[in-house]
Each structure stands twice: as structure tokens, then as C-alpha cells.
Design a protein around this ligand. Structure first.
Ligand code: SF4
Length: 326
């Protein structure tokens, strides 16, 4: 470890002022402290935001949900309204990390978490995300867990968050407060694909603080769920995952929201799968046919060619699971 200063923000405005001066926000610390110990991150000043009043889950008009940025993963997963209105969110949270980590980690921190690419965390390896222009050790290295969608020559790392996949499927919005005031960013625009600047991961301005994540109202009844495929049953990141929400009325799928995890540099929305489902009657043939396009555009690497087929099967299976209960 190395020297750094720590201040506690008594108010949201004080936090933003400290952030504007270059302070790094810290709440649960479950990612940032690890990265500081490994000297991957070396902030001079940490701003403790854990006492700010951003801990509420509220129901918005029509059955949407607003989840405060400092609600812990455990609290969000267990919240009665989250469980009943959007089980896909509860399930994604409960399949993440460990109970101890979920007790500390917050929703805001979860969507800001950085990749688990081993080369990113090894300061002796070339990594454009950690050190722009240094190269990407993963492209020629061991890349079994890396991305097949949204990659660039500069970075092929996956985004590790499960709940972000559910939020992407549900077309959530991120509420931000910064030196220039409040703004809201669609989740689809918040997390950035690597392109030429893999070190830039979120559409967030200097000093901006996430205050909440909002899930818009969706037509009811809405059935939803999250499926995570991984090498072991707990405390492991996704090889593939699927977040699915279906509104079925009169025996016809009226709305379908689908996204995949473990395969993209960001949570990967699947509009072609969604479009294939809307207006159709649920059936096993439909699930299989719709899932066929899930890996369109995939660019597998040496060790992760299996992911394209696994992704299709994951999506098909989760469509069937949710569709049969709808
Ligand atoms: Fe770094 Fe991205 Fe390459 Fe991993 S995949 S080594 S994070 S540039």
C-alpha cells in the first residue's frame, strides 16, 4: 500500500465538491481497496460517501423502481418491491460474489466495478486499460473468460457485473449529480465499449456521483429472471448469463427485454432476440429460433470459442424458464 488521504463527505454537495477536486469516491470499497492493494489504482484522496442519504428503494409511477446508489447488494436483493416487481434484479444480485461482499458492496459501486481480466490486475503485464498504449496481454495470452462481443484491438475484457445485465435488459437509467448539476444517462450509454480508449469505462464526468439507478415501469404482468453459467456454483464470474423479462398477454408476447453477460465488454443487449419474440406465441421452437441470433457479430478469441454456442443455449434456456412461468 502507499500513502493516501481519506475524507468523509457529510453531505452530497460536499462529496461532489471533493470529487471535483480530484477525490475518488469510496463506499463499500470491495473493488477499489483490492485494486489499491495491488497498486493497479493509486488515488491520492479517497472521499468516503457511505454516510450520504442515498439508501432508499422507492416505487416510481406505474411500477418503476428507483434504487439509491448506496443501497447494498444484499438490501436491494432482499427488498420486497425488487423481489416482486423485478425478480431478475434480485436473482442477478444473489448470484453475484459472496454474502460478505454483497453486505458491503453498493449498487452504485457494482455498476462502476472494473474488469476481472487477470492482466489488468497484474501490474507487470501490458494492459491498455490500466496503462493506455502499453498493449493488451490478453489478446495473445490466456483469454478463455474474455469477451466475444464489443471488443476492439485494444481491449477484450468483459464487464463483470451481473446486476448490470439485468439493468441493461430493463433499460434502466443512471442518475448523476456533478459540479454542473443533475443529469440522467440511459444505462445503454453509461458503460462504454473499449474502442480506442479502454481506460474510459463510463460516461461519467469528473466529480460526478451516482445518486440512483432507476428502472422504468414495464407493462404488467411481467415475468423475469436471471440465469448465470459459470465454472462453479458460487463466488464465480459468469462465462455466460442471460437476463430475460417477458410481458405475455392473451397468449402473445407483447414485450421482451433480453440482455447477456459474460460475453461482452459491456452488458450486451440483444435487440434481435427481443424483436424475434414480440408478437409471437410462446413455444419451444420460438425460444430456440429467437436465441439463434444471440451471438451475432461475435469475434471469439483463441480460448473462448465455446462462448458463442454457450450464449445461444443460455439465452434459449432462460427464455424457456421465464416463458413457461409467464
Ligand atoms: Fe487490459 Fe483489456 Fe487487455 Fe485485459 S483485455 S489486458 S483489461 S487491455
Amino acid at each position: 500500500m502507499y500513502p493516501f488521504s481519506l475524507t468523509t463527505a457529510p453531505t452530497t454537495r460536499a462529496a461532489v465538491d471533493a470529487g471535483r477536486r480530484g477525490g475518488r469516491y469510496i463506499a463499500g470499497g470491495t473493488t477499489l481497496v483490492d485494486l489499491m492493494c495491488e497498486t493497479v489504482e493509486r488515488p491520492d484522496t479517497l472521499v468516503d460517501i457511505s454516510r450520504l442519504p442515498l439508501r432508499e428503494v422507492t416505487v416510481t409511477g406505474g411500477g418503476g423502481l428507483r434504487i439509491g446508489a448506496l443501497v447494498t447488494m444484499t438490501e436491494a436483493a432482499a427488498h420486497r418491491k425488487v423481489r416482486t416487481l423485478y425478480p431478475v434484479v434480485s436473482q442477478a444480485l444473489e448470484l453475484s460474489a459472496s454474502a460478505q461482499l454483497r453486505n458491503m458492496a453498493t449498487i452504485g459501486g457494482n455498476i462502476m466495478q472494473r474488469t476481472r481480466c487477470a492482466y489488468f490486475r497484474d501490474v507487470s503485464a501490458a494492459c491498455n486499460k490500466r496503462q493506455p498504449g502499453s498493449g493488451c496481454a490478453a489478446r495473445e495470452g490466456y483469454n478463455r473468460t474474455h469477451a466475444i462481443l464489443g471488443t476492439s484491438e485494444n481491449c477484450v475484457a468483459t464487464h463483470p457485473s451481473d446486476v448490470s445485465v439485468a439493468l441493461a435488459a430493463l433499460e434502466a437509467r443512471v442518475h448523476l449529480l456533478g459540479p454542473d448539476g443533475q443529469r440522467t444517462v440511459p444505462f445503454a450509454d453509461f458503460l462504454l465499449q473499449p474502442g480506442r480508449t479502454p481506460d474510459r469505462e463510463q460516461a461519467i464526468h469528473p466529480g460526478e456521483l451516482i445518486t440512483a439507478v432507476e428502472i422504468p415501469a414495464h407493462p404488467r404482468p411481467l415475468k423475469s429472471g436471471y440465469l448465470k453459467v459459470r465454472d462453479r456454483e458460487s463466488y464465480e464470474f459468469a462465462l455466460t448469463s442471460a437476463a430475460v423479462a417477458l410481458h405475455i398477454h392473451g397468449g402473445v408476447i407483447r414485450e421482451a427485454k433480453v440482455a447477456a453477460g459474460g460475453v461482452g465488454t459491456v452488458p450486451w443487449k440483444l435487440p434481435t432476440v427481443e424483436q424475434a419474440l414480440v408478437g409471437k406465441r410462446p413455444s419451444d421452437r420460438l425460444w430456440a429460433w429467437a436465441a439463434e441470433s444471440a451471438a451475432d457479430g461475435a469475434r471469439p478469441l483463441t480460448h473462448n470459442r465455446f462462448k458463442a454456442e454457450l450464449l445461444k443455449r443460455t439465452v434459449e434456456r432462460q427464455l424457456r424458464i421465464v416463458g413457461e412461468t409467464a
